[in-house]
Design a protein around this ligand. Structure first.
Ligand code: ARG
Length: 492
């Protein structure tokens, strides 16, 4: 049974923010010292105690049960070193700017991981495409056989999709990695704090200036979960196709052993549960997005406790997205392709009809619409693709009823017809920009690999910057914390 107080607690979801909170505390205290707002002895005591709290309290989750992580850490600090020293940490700030800063820090780390995972997924998708330039399969519209294609073209489509997801998350990162710290409750503070200094110490790219905006906005969260929702939509298509392709009806792929489960009653079953859960959890992420939008809607300025309710949704959406990306990467990496079956099925459903109509246009000079009518009548007759002489006779027969003329009398030869009905030459002919001909596929593979290398570098640069700043902060903390040990040694 929950107590009245339990209703407003956020300590559970705040565990995610624990390390970020200690970092924020450290940076704030270092800045307060730099500005001469608190004295050296208080600073060293606070920093030493924060180190202890960071290592001891988090591991065992033994923070006392206060309203939230911020109050809990401050109260442990005060319990350990007394209110006269510990009570100075919160000078010139509020939990409102503190929590907003913590969320941005924790989210930044997760985004860097997600960006890395998306790039790993892109890498395996591109590799699979490169290995399958010659792997023929049916291409679909309306899930009906449409035209022949290659596995490479199909997977390069996924590669481009995930490249856009990368760009979207990377762009959102720009709006996440800004510092609201120093906004205090919303009105800033009369203490001469240095907001640029704390932003720099924490590896933020800039300060979120307007202090009322800084504590009130969660638009960066809405933006990030929107990016997740898009990414999950794309993952769900990949998952859905693998589910379909693994059925006896398609039989294009074998889902790797580690990503199927058996049935409690049917001994033969290999169910693609992982891909199914990626598909389902896309819904979970949409749910998080709707929740966050609804919570933030029409909230008056500035901070309202409603905002606390946003954080768990962000955490759920983040964890769900991150794990889904890596599950799909492993499935794609280990997926076994049944190439012969794919190629066999590419023949079914008159997939060369478009090329046949195109050939009629090229060879006879009839308009495309006329050629379409002729081939459409041919298809309705249910002509199986057999010996080309026979097909030519059938086409002539149809053409007489559609246009009153025989196509063989207007330039259509058996040789051209054979080519039109050949799957490989159908594919090869489509060499316009972005098409599925080998030349284009190879060009796209080259540029996609180069784009991926560039994106890996730009993501790594962000991570290195953060690491550099946080290392610098730790050094600063060590320098200031050391003083107390020296003093203690002299005293003893
Ligand atoms: N736990 C709160 C949150 O997540 C921290 C800020 C509380 N501020 C306040 N004025 N009550 O939003």
């Amino acid at each position: 049974m929950q107590t009245r107080k339990d209703y407003i607690l956020s300590l559970e979801a705040d565990k995610w923010l624990f390390h970020a909170d200690v970092l924020v505390d450290k940076a704030h205290v270092v800045m307060l010292k730099g500005q001469g707002i608190i004295k050296k002895k208080d600073v060293t005591a606070i920093l030493n105690c924060l180190k202890k709290i960071d290592s001891e309290y988090f591991v065992e989750h033994k923070l006392p049960s206060y309203e939230d992580v911020h109050t809990a850490i401050e109260s442990v600090l005060i319990r350990e070193i007394g209110e006269d020293m510990g009570g100075r940490m919160h000078t010139g700030r509020s939990r409102n700017d503190e929590v907003a800063t913590c969320i941005r820090l924790a989210l930044r780390t997760e985004l860097l991981e997600i960006l890395k995972a998306v790039n790993e997924l892109r890498k395996v998708v591109i590799e699979k495409a490169a290995e399958n330039v010659d792997t023929v399969m049916p291409g679909y519209t309306h899930l009906q056989h449409a035209q022949p294609t290659t596995f490479a073209h199909h997977y390069l489509a996924n590669a481009d999709t995930f490249a856009r997801d990368f760009t979207r998350v990377m762009s959102a990162y720009e709006r996440v990695n800004v510092s609201p710290l120093g906004a205090a409750a919303f009105a800033s503070t009369g203490f001469p704090i240095d907001r640029d200094r704390t932003a720099k110490l924490l590896g933020f790219d800039s300060v979120l200036e307007n202090t009322m905006d800084a504590v009130s906005t969660r638009d960066f969260i809405i933006e990030v979960i929107s990016c997740y929702a898009n990414l999950m939509t794309n993952l769900s298509r990949l998952a859905e196709e693998i589910i379909l392709w693994s059925t006896s009806e398609f039989d294009f792929v074998r889902v790797p052993e580690g990503y199927v489960t058996g049935s409690s009653i049917m001994p033969q079953k290999r169910n693609p549960d992982y891909a199914e859960l990626v598909r389902a959890r896309t819904g979970t992420v949409y749910g998080s997005l709707m929740s966050v939008l609804s919570i933030c809607k029409a909230l008056p300025y500035s901070y309202n406790r409603d905002l606390q309710e946003v954080t768990p949704h962000l955490l759920t959406a983040t964890k769900t997205t991150a794990s889904s990306v890596s599950v799909m990467k492993s499935i794609v990496e280990e997926l076994e392709l049944k190439k012969e079956e794919m190629a066999r099925k590419a023949q079914i459903g008159f997939t060369t009809a478009t090329e046949l109509a195109d050939t009629i246009v090229r060879e006879t000079g009839f308009s495309f619409r006329t050629a379409h009518k002729i081939v459409s009548s041919l298809a309705k007759r249910g002509v199986a693709i057999k010996e080309s002489g026979e097909v030519l006779r059938e086409i002539d027969d149809v053409a007489i009823s559609v246009v009153g003329k025989k196509l063989s009398k207007h330039g259509l030869t058996e040789k051209k017809l054979t080519k039109a009905l050949d799957i490989a030459s159908n594919i090869e002919k489509r060499n316009v920009k972005g098409g599925q001909g080998k030349k284009e596929l190879r060009r796209m593979l080259r540029t996609r690999k180069a784009d991926l290398d560039r994106d890996i570098k730009s993501r790594d640069t962000k991570e290195e910057k953060v690491k550099r700043c946080l290392d610098e902060l730790e050094k600063e903390v060590k320098r200031k914390a050391r003083v107390i040990r020296v003093i203690r040694k002299i005293r003893s």
